[in-house]
Design a protein around this ligand. Structure first.
Ligand SMILES: [Zn+2]
Length: 442
């Protein structure tokens, strides 16, 4: 029975992977590809289309599946169908062929995020064809611009705000089920995202009167930028704190870590001291306890023998909830000024709140994982350091959870936005069961 289901699921997901829906300002897929993908959805999931009201916002799909109990708060499920580019020559299997090998389907989007979209719709389509009606109104959103600017999701969110809508919970992509998420935590854990850091991109500029390279003065623009970056690299320039969900995560993972775990178990009480040690224990966990900045692009100078009159570097800053954007910008600007640099904010994403990991949405997701996904030792909250469309829905719900029910290994985690992205075929049936469970309990 499961084998039969799995074969059908593989076929459906393969079809979704094979239509290239790359959203990229430089090498994006054509509008026809995106339209073809939307048409494929209704070919694969006709019963769902039948029971839903359908709206479209700039390529973002919005569906409403009417519930039977108007006193319940509606819920929103989201996943996106655009993907990031893939260079075929780097991959073991072509990125848009959805080949099967080593028990996996290989292709761009298998994990991020057509896999999630497929499971979300497949489960709903099954239930709809069985005549099931959910208690609460269930809304589905599928964006086609998540990997670029999220304009589709923003348009949907603004429309919902105009309608005065509120959701009991919002469930988007995010964490997965992983083995040993921090070194030494022996077990398999569902990493359930309860929030995400917010992004600010900054440009730091150094200026001078220029001059010939044969008679250099000290502190030329490039030297100042270099000193600034080295300083930021070596010092903790942002506030370190232990957010509650991270303390809870360390407490849960600590139970699987022997003696080190006993220290982590007291994370709640030893907050700051432990937070300072975290980056050494795990860079991923370290990024959850403070704002971070990474220098990603630079420029300046046009000739080998001329000192540039202007040089710049871009910093990608991810702001913690406890420090926030304004204070993080202030902190880095102050340091930049010491090195004679000007600071300019070139882009910022909306800030969103942390959801309560003792709230209904988190508890329901945890219950769904425990009931439907085999081999999971525990479920834990965590803070996402990357972004998701859920940030645009912050004003529409107090509980925005970011999670997908796929069990993945370290290589698969690296393959997201990297090479050789793939999903294991034996995770497909549990993923559909997970969504079915949620729809039956909202
Ligand atoms: Zn994604």
């Amino acid at each position: 029975m499961d084998k039969e289901r799995q074969d059908k699921y593989i076929e459906h997901l393969q079809k979704m992977i094979r239509i290239e829906t790359v959203s990229d300002p430089d090498c994006g897929s054509s509008a026809e590809n995106f339209a073809e993908f939307r048409a494929l959805l209704w070919e694969l999931f006709p019963a769902l289309k039948e029971v839903c009201e359908l709206r479209e916002f700039d390529g973002a799909l919005l569906l409403k599946w009417k519930g039977s109990d108007p006193t319940r708060m509606p819920v929103l499920f989201m996943n996106h169908y655009d993907v990031v580019p893939a260079r075929a020559e780097d991959w073991k299997h072509p990125p848009f062929a959805a080949e099967i090998a080593e028990g996996k389907i290989w292709g761009r989007g298998t994990l991020d995020d057509k896999g999630g979209l497929w499971a979300m719709f497949e489960a709903a389509n099954e239930l709809a064809s069985e005549g099931f009606v959910p208690a609460a109104d269930i809304w589905f959103e599928a964006d086609s611009t998540e990997e670029t600017f999220g304009t589709g999701a923003q348009a949907v969110a603004s429309w919902m705000q105009e309608q005065g809508m509120r959701f009991g919970m919002v469930l988007d992509e995010g964490g997965d089920i992983v083995r040993e998420p921090i070194s030494g935590a022996k077990g398999t854990f569902a990493m359930i995202g309860v929030g995400e850091k917010s992004v600010v991109n900054l440009k730091f500029t150094a200026r001078s009167s220029g001059g010939h390279a044969s008679t250099p003065e000290k502190n030329t623009p490039l030297a100042r930028l270099g000193k600034f970056m080295a300083y930021v690299d070596r010092h903790q320039v942002f506030d370190v704190d232990m957010p509650q969900p991270v303390a809870e995560m360390l407490k849960i993972l600590g139970q699987y870590m022997g003696r080190t775990g006993k220290v982590l178990d007291r994370a709640g009480k030893r907050g700051k001291a432990l937070a300072r040690m975290l980056p050494a224990l795990s860079p991923a966990a370290g990024a959850m306890v403070s704002t971070t900045i990474a220098f990603t692009m630079c420029g300046g100078g046009e000739a080998v023998n001329v000192i540039p009159s202007e040089a710049w570097v871009i910093g990608d800053m991810r702001c913690s909830h406890h420090q926030g954007q304004e204070s993080s910008i202030k902190a880095i600007t102050k340091i930049a000024r010491k090195f004679g640099l000007e600071t300019e904010v070139i882009q910022r994403e909306p800030e969103s709140r942390l959801s309560d990991f003792r709230g209904n949405a988190f508890l329901l997701v945890r219950q769904a994982v425990k009931t439907c996904v085999p081999g999971v030792d525990d479920c834990t909250p965590y803070i996402m350091t990357g972004g998701s469309d859920a940030r645009f829905f912050d004003k529409l719900s107090d509980q925005c959870i970011r999670f997908l029910p796929f069990t993945i290994d370290a290589d698969q985690l690296d393959s997201i936005h990297g090479i050789n992205e793939c999903v294991s075929t034996d995770t497909l049936v549990p993923a559909v069961d997970y969504y079915r469970f949620l729809y039956q309990h909202v």
